[in-house]
Design a protein around this ligand. Structure first.
Ligand SMILES: *Cc1c(COP(=O)(O)O)cnc(C)c1O
Length: 403
């Protein structure tokens, strides 16, 4: 849970970036400047009465790291500041944040509406697991109109779950349009903001009730640790906290310490990731080996107007379609010399992936097409290397494929 420190209150007029950087655990008697890592499973009490009061929730004292921990709290507080949220809870991974937000807030008989192209494991949770607990779902196309979103709602719809931009297709959902529908029907709007980060998009401002992150990606930024976080409306976070406190997907204090340090540089990193990504997208547009290039801040993006309305930058992912399909995808990956072939994204090192032959290979071609994964789709997670080096590696890998 988010307890606002004195320093944060004092700083409330400052820009969120400044506030996040100046958010830290209470200084110990050692007078350290950098926040220490509170690598401890439990916390001590001076006497029986203090211990009783903590267990009775009469105080905010830390009891046990499955419930709360100062290093984890520091990370949560920073994400809250960046997202403009009042409250939050951090989890061991992005998926535990997604799952906890579902299980804490829905019950048997409830209905979930989600945009069709969601992260692979989120898709598995929605389609394979929620049904076991009696929770139904409806998928809506990412480019659906307000009327089509409206039509998916039922009297028992409890939550709308969105990703924007989507992975890997970079489709956008108009947050203001969907939140107008969820607000009028008292439905929880839950947004996975992993791709944009709070530097690129703040969904709470556009009417979302909850924001989820896989902190594993851009927040860490160097591919080291897993983490997840849910922030937003305090009444909803209270439920997420109660669920997690007893079921145990707690974030490790070590990971929280790493991630909290990472957040201090998130704004400069994301500015450079986005600048490199825009540079790459522009350099590749019109290349003879490609049928299209997609990036939210390219004016050729079909939903450019939505990007301009709700995003502060286009993020660090660029997608393109190779004319030669699956085979060209494999050849492209094999020809890269600088970019890494790895499953992660959001790293200082640029990464290329070919979903049709890897992450989504188990789906049929029709299933892949349904979520926008065309045979020659390549996803680039644009890193912090010198922009021209990234462009040159991709261009030399495309050259043998040019017709
Ligand atoms: C990676 C990812 C997740 C899952 O996060 P983990 O930390 O891997 O569990 C969820 N949503 C999106 C958009 C992601 O990219």
């Amino acid at each position: 849970m988010n307890d606002t420190s004195n320093e944060q209150q004092k700083n409330h007029k400052l820009h969120p970036t400044t506030q996040a950087i100046r958010t830290h655990t209470e200084r110990t008697q050692q007078m350290e400047h950098s926040s220490p890592m509170f690598l401890t499973s439990s916390f001590c009490f001076d006497n029986a009465e203090d211990m009783r009061a903590a267990f009775a929730d009469e105080t905010d004292d830390n009891i046990y790291t499955r419930f709360s921990n100062p290093s984890v709290q520091e990370f949560i507080d920073k994400v809250c500041v960046l997202e403009g949220a009042e409250s939050g809870f951090a989890t061991a991974s992005g998926m535990s944040a997604v799952f906890a937000s579902f299980m804490a807030l829905m019950k048997a008989g409830d209905h979930l509406v989600a945009c069709k192209s969601v992260f692979g494991s989120t898709h598995t949770v929605i389609t394979k697991f929620l049904g076991r607990y009696g929770i139904e779902y409806t998928y809506v196309d990412t480019d659906a109109t307000a009327a089509e979103w409206e039509a998916a709602m039922r009297p028992n719809t409890k939550m709308v779950y969105l990703e924007t931009p989507t992975n890997p297709g970079l489709d956008l959902v108009d947050l203001q349009m969907v939140s107008a529908i969820t607000r009028s029907r008292n439905i929880i709007l839950n947004v996975d903001n992993c791709f944009a980060t709070p530097i690129g998009q703040r969904p709470l401002k556009f009417g979302a009730d909850l924001v989820i992150h896989s902190a594993t990606k851009w927040m860490d930024g160097q591919g080291r640790v897993l983490g997840g976080v849910v922030v937003g409306r305090p009444d909803l976070i209270k439920e997420v906290y109660a669920f997690c406190r007893s079921t145990g997907p707690a974030m490790s204090p070590f990971n929280a310490w790493v991630l909290s340090k990472s957040l201090d540089t998130l704004h400069v990193r994301m500015e450079r990731h986005a600048a490199n990504a825009l540079h790459l997208a522009k350099a590749l547009e019109g290349h003879p080996a490609l049928s299209w290039v997609k990036y939210p801040f390219l004016s050729s993006h079909p939903q450019f107007a939505i990007a301009q309305k709700q995003m502060l930058n286009g993020g660090g992912i660029v997608c393109f379609e190779l004319k030669g399909g699956i085979e060209a995808g494999r050849n492209f990956l094999n020809s890269l010399q600088l970019l890494s072939l790895t499953a992660n994204l959001g790293d200082a090192r640029s990464i290329a992936s070919h979903p049709a032959s890897t992450t989504h290979a188990k789906l049929t071609e029709a299933e892949r097409m349904d979520v926008g994964i065309t045979p020659g789709l390549i996803r680039i997670s644009v890193g912090l290397e010198y922009a021209e080096d990234i462009v040159n590696d991709i261009k030399q890998a495309l050259n043998p494929l040019s017709p």
